[in-house]
Design a protein around this ligand. Structure first.
Ligand code: SF4
Length: 324
């Protein structure tokens, strides 16, 4: 088997928070806690979980937009966490991000041409002003916009069009990997499918590799090659999209899946409603972190022993004591 494009090993990110109003003691939010996975070139890994589970922080640590606390990130055999200066700038060409909120992620005072062209300038990818403009027009057309949009401002566009501008900005430097950080969560359902179809189309044309972050399993179902489900900073299940959707092993994945609508009205799926809120990542539950909400927990086993992420069948990994 060829080497993966991206290898993430035991990635951790802790954020310090103050203990209390008058306390000098620091407490730590374990936002990402031992995340490990490989990603082959051309694959799409869906990264799914409730808000606060660490999926966006994982994506940002991989790109070094946030510094990881520990762990390893290897991209094309290079240790990303040890790069700096020109090596890190070069890496930023290969690894890009599309943000969730197309309203907040585009500078309202810059024209669309300047927003997309910024990366061309930073990485010196256009030799003349004419080439610069031609490349921007080509990028606009690639994402379904046109040359007339070049001198307009973000507020003149709809949410879906703004997300297309964000995609064109990411594509400007011809990246290999794009972290799509909830790219359709802020969009109307009718527009979501258009943006996902565009991302799939671009993947085919340019051989892109994606990490596609979402809080909802239905969003990543069709675009993902594999899916990883996160809970309180950890991956609790990772498998091919087909295996995960047809035969989930982890009770948390089952609960998320039970909320996904089925297009066939004759098929009924029983909704699994989890009790309580997601616990605080400052003091996560002992043992299996999901035990406070798990409908099939067995005590004291689940509250005292941490289940390792184990291979349950070929390519299908899950962290649960009870599921084989
Ligand atoms: Fe539920 Fe126990 Fe499995 Fe955790 S280890 S998911 S609490 S059954």
């Amino acid at each position: 088997m060829s080497a993966p494009l991206l290898r993430v090993k035991e990635l951790e990110k802790r954020f310090a928070v103050k203990g209390g109003l008058f306390s000098r003691d620091r407490e730590w939010v374990h936002a990402v806690d031992g995340v490990t996975f490989d990603l082959a070139a051309g694959e799409t890994l869906g990264l799914v979980g409730e808000s606060g589970c660490g999926k966006s922080t994982t994506g940002r640590c991989i790109l070094r937009l946030i510094e990881p606390s520990s762990g390893e990130v290897w991209f094309e055999g290079k240790d990303v966490t040890s790069l700096d200066g020109s090596e890190l700038t070069a890496l930023r060409r290969d690894m890009q991000i599309i943000f969730q909120d197309p309203y907040a992620s585009l500078n309202p005072r810059m024209t669309v041409g300047a927003i997309i062209g910024e990366a061309l300038t930073i990485h010196r990818l256009a030799k003349t002003p004419r080439e610069y403009e031609e490349r921007i027009v080509h990028l606009l057309e690639t994402v379904g916009l046109n040359a007339d949009h070049l001198r307009r401002y973000p507020h003149e566009f709809s949410g879906g069009q703004r997300q297309r501008i964000g995609i064109a900005r990411a594509l400007a430097v011809s990246p290999k990997l794009i972290v799509c950080d909830e790219p359709v969560s802020a969009l109307d359902v009718s527009i979501q499918a258009q943006v996902i179809n565009l991302l799939e189309d671009l993947q085919g044309r340019f051989g892109l590799t994606y990490i596609f972050i979402a809080h909802d399993l239905s969003v990543v179902e069709h675009i993902s090659t594999r899916v990883a489900v996160m809970y309180l900073g950890r991956i609790v299940e990772i498998a091919s999209a087909r295996d995960l959707y047809t035969a989930p092993k982890h009770p948390y994945t089952e609960a998320l899946l039970s909320a996904v609508p089925i297009p066939d009205p004759t098929v009924k799926r029983q909704r699994i409603r989890l009790q309580g809120e997601i616990p605080s990542p400052i003091r996560p539950p002992s043992g299996c972190r999901f035990h406070t909400r798990c409908p099939i927990r067995v005590l004291p086993l689940c509250s005292t022993e941490t289940p390792p992420l184990e291979q349950k069948s070929t390519g299908h990994w899950a962290a649960c004591h009870l599921r084989g």
